[in-house]
Design a protein around this ligand. Structure first.
Ligand SMILES: [Zn+2]
Ligand SMILES: [Zn+2]
Ligand SMILES: [Zn+2]
Length: 127
């Protein structure tokens, strides 16, 4: 590896140092993630932090708990992919409720799609 190249610890590609941001956190002053990985990382981080599933709404919480227990029992299957399957799907899969009075009517949406749903539709019914 030459001095002006560095291996990204996320995508594991060796890239020119110019492809990495400078940071004082790293020993060599260069970020361990390339710029592309870094921006993806922050995007995912922001979405996780603003996930609507983190709300403290009691009805929403009880609906999520019911789903969680049903998945544990095997009554509901949690898929490992978002229902929308867009190329932009990101983050964990969430059990989303259109109507919180129907806890077992679930859409399985990734953090990205889940957030978009609520941005477009507001909170679910009977919240
Ligand atoms: Zn990378
Ligand atoms: Zn998705
Ligand atoms: Zn939701």
């Amino acid at each position: 590896m030459s001095e002006d190249a560095k291996k990204c610890t996320r995508c594991r590609e060796i890239k020119p140092v110019a492809a990495f941001a400078n940071t004082d956190k790293a020993k060599d002053g260069i970020s361990n993630y390339c710029r592309i990985c870094q921006s993806e990382y922050y995007k995912a981080w922001r979405i996780n932090r603003t996930s609507p599933t983190n709300s403290n709404n009691p009805k929403q919480k009880s609906a999520s708990d019911k789903v969680y227990r049903a998945v544990k029992r095997g009554d509901l299957i949690k898929p490992d992919q978002c229902e929308n399957r867009t190329p932009n799907c990101i983050g964990r899969i969430n059990a989303h409720h259109d109507d919180y009075n129907k806890p077992f009517e679930v859409r399985w949406l990734c953090d990205g799609c889940h957030r978009t749903w609520h941005l477009e539709n507001g909170p679910g019914a009977n919240k």
